[in-house]
Design a protein around this ligand. Structure first.
Ligand code: BGC
Length: 661
């Protein structure tokens, strides 16, 4: 290896355990390269300080769709493309590590940062994060898989203890990390919160025992910014890098070393990992292969597949002709770029407003008009009532969904709800477009409108992709990566906001659709749901047994519509009768199939040991209980199209006693 630990003095090593400033690592008096870390998941956010004025500015970059929208594509190839696209901007700006992606599970829709996270389901979140990491790192730029772990609320994120039982931790909150780790992220970022009373940054059980020893992670563990309380305890737990610079970190670790609380071996273990990581930053860089324009095109391409058509009564969409009114204020603004905080990207791109884009695509057949001064209500209502179709763009944006705080409810701002209801009264053909980064309660207006389209925090490509979908230039194929409940009170944590001290995960493994399905609760739009302009039929399910716990599940999917389209099919497993409480069904695989109008394709998905197992705390391992399992193929979690039952029989010596006396 190029960088030899023996060249470093003890003081240089200790200094290396903490950042040099906000974003850089120390260089051991020039013996090591300068390494720069920058946010974030939705595009590059490089903060630069003007050395003369001290002023901080953000480098302009391509605003990519936010992670929640990537998740709605259910497409690892697009997640990879997203990562590789952002990495090119990192290369152009001398950034060595992108501080992304975040795979925290969406436990409550209130979490202010859900737009930065993939899903309520760990398998979906982990699979897409893995692809995203592979995309970034294919360019020789590192990633930071974050926030490890249990940072599922923003409220008091730096002081609250997440109190969780081990089975829930293993089944819901760790698997997304476990799966994403297959891509070997150069760094993993610990979270701010405590886990069962011990700070995540110094939690040896989480960092050393689970992440390193069990999951085999040998890269760098970096703290979230200012998440380290006690420097030496963090080092002892195997946290390598405390970020950003802290004036007392060096002294704290040195004193601990002198007191014998920390050994040189423990310090060297961190330094060895840091040196290997620094080496990668110098040896793996690839060249930039995209132009700024191509990066924008990639952004549009991804959004097109992440838009979810939630309602489309009477086939009102795609728009074809006539007088079309566009209103609501969220169609000609940059606000829709993303949620607030460290993930917010500053783009130079000025999107062409939606009404102009629709007019271009529809040509002479349509007359598209807009009120460019949004919420001039009298005028908007008048224009709305004169139109054949009214397209209303509403949303939340970075002032409502942001890092560091949670929402207090999940409805749209009241004036927007009233606007929709009043427009719908004047125009029966109302289409609502949602610029929201997380699930919302739509019950006040959803029955009054003809169509609902979830755009999401789409970044700079949003309006182009949306215009393609609304006019049928592209067929919608996104599906929901999180449940839209009827109301907040229906969710596992209800309207509770946290008490600032601890957060009990009392709902256990019943998170997201696992909760709603097991409780048989009505939902507004289920997990995995999304409409298309085409229709799909599922047939001829086959299950091929490869071993007692490995199966190939295949079936035929046919596009019976009259346009080319894509369908996301989902494979769920239900343990029919278990000795522990298990969710009604759990996602174990998914596949997206591209089908021309009238075309059929045979597709297959796979099941393995983990697909059937739960985490047994007494056995300290994943365990399959012999018996029947339902294998379910769905167009959504609530639209199961094909199903078969299989029986698994493992040797009796691997089983508990199941019968009562
Ligand atoms: C966030 C991280 C981010 C870091 C650096 C923290 O506040 O939680 O996700 O990477 O800041 O901006």
């Amino acid at each position: 290896m190029k960088y030899d630990i023996k060249q470093l003095t003890l003081d240089e090593k200790l200094a290396l355990l903490c950042g040099k400033d906000g974003w850089r690592l120390e260089t051991a008096n020039g013996k090591l390269p300068s390494v720069w870390l920058s946010d974030g998941p939705n595009g590059l956010r490089k903060r630069v300080k003007n050395e003369e004025t001290g002023e901080l500015t953000t480098v302009k970059a391509t605003a990519m769709p936010n992670i929640h929208l990537i998740a709605n594509t259910w497409d690892p190839e697009l997640a990879y493309l997203d990562g590789a696209t952002i990495a090119d901007e990192c290369l152009e700006n001398d950034v060595d590590v992108l501080l992304a992606p975040g795979v925290n599970i969406k436990r409550t829709p209130l979490c202010g940062r859900n737009f930065e996270y993939f899903s309520e389901d760990p398998y979906l979140a982990g699979t897409l994060a893995k692809a995203y990491i592979e995309g970034v790192q294919s360019k020789g730029v590192g990633t930071s898989l974050k926030h490890y772990c249990l940072n599922n609320r923003e409220f008091c994120r730096t002081c609250q203890s997440s109190e969780v039982d081990e089975r829930t931790l293993r089944e819901i909150y760790l698997p997304a990390f476990e799966i994403a780790l297959q891509a070997k992220p150069w760094t993993v970022m610990c979270s701010y919160n405590l886990v069962n009373g011990v700070w995540a940054s110094e939690n040896k059980w989480l960092l050393q025992d689970i992440l390193r020893d069990e999951f085999g992670y040998d890269g760098v563990i970096v703290s979230d910014w200012n998440a380290v309380r006690s420097g030496w305890r963090a080092v002892k737990a195997s946290l390598d890098l405390c970020m950003p610079y802290r004036f007392n970190h060096f002294e704290n670790v040195k004193t601990a070393y002198e007191n014998g609380w920390l050994t040189e071996e423990e310090i060297d273990a961190c330094i060895t990992r840091l040196l290997a990581f620094m080496e990668k930053t110098q040896t793996q860089k690839q060249s930039v292969t995209t132009t700024k324009e191509q990066r924008h095109e990639n952004a549009v391409k991804i959004v097109r597949e992440g838009i979810v058509l939630m309602k489309n009564d009477d086939g009102i969409l795609p728009l074809k002709q006539g007088n079309i009114f566009v209103g609501g204020g969220w169609f000609n603004t940059c606000n829709a770029y993303g949620g607030g905080g460290s993930a917010y990207v500053q783009s130079e791109y000025l999107p062409q407003p939606l009404h102009e884009q629709l007019a271009e695509r529809l040509g002479d057949k349509a007359n598209v008009f807009a009120d460019v001064l949004p919420f001039m209500l009298r005028q908007e209502y008048e224009l709305c009532s004169r139109a054949d179709v009214a397209v209303l763009c509403v949303g939340t944006g970075k002032n409502i969904e942001f890092e560091g705080g949670d929402r207090t409810d999940i409805r749209l701002p009241i004036e927007q709800e009233e606007f929709i209801v009043n427009c719908a009264k004047r125009n029966p053909n109302t289409v609502v477009v949602l610029n929201t980064g997380s699930a919302i309660d739509v019950s006040a207006w959803v029955d009054k409108v003809k169509a609902v389209v979830l755009l999401g925090f789409a970044g700079e490509g949003g309006m182009e992709a949306l215009a393609d979908i609304l006019t049928g230039k592209a067929c919608p194929c996104g599906k929901l990566s999180e449940t839209f409940p009827v109301c907040l009170e229906d969710t596992p944590t209800g309207s509770a906001h946290g008490n600032g001290f601890y957060e009990r995960y009392d709902e256990g493994v019943f998170v997201g659709y696992r909760w709603f399905d097991s409780k048989e609760k009505q939902v507004q739009f289920p997990f995995g749901y999304g409409l298309s302009y085409a229709k799909f039929e599922y047939s001829d399910m086959q299950i091929k047994k490869l071993s007692e716990t490995d199966y190939e599940v295949s079936f035929t999917v046919t596009n019976v519509g009259d346009c080319d389209a894509k369908e996301i099919s989902q494979l769920y497993v239900r343990d029919v009768c278990a000795m522990v409480s298990r969710p009604d069904k759990e996602l174990k695989d998914f596949v997206k199939t591209s089908l021309k109008a009238g075309e059929s394709k045979r597709v297959s998905m796979n099941l393995n040991y983990r697909s059937f197992a739960f985490y047994s705390v007494p056995l300290k391992k994943w365990h399959i209980e012999n018996g029947d399992f339902d294998i379910l193929i769905g167009a959504s979690s609530r639209d199961i199209r094909l199903q078969r039952r299989i029986e698994i029989t493992l040797p009796e010596t691997e089983q508990y006693t199941k019968t009562a006396l």
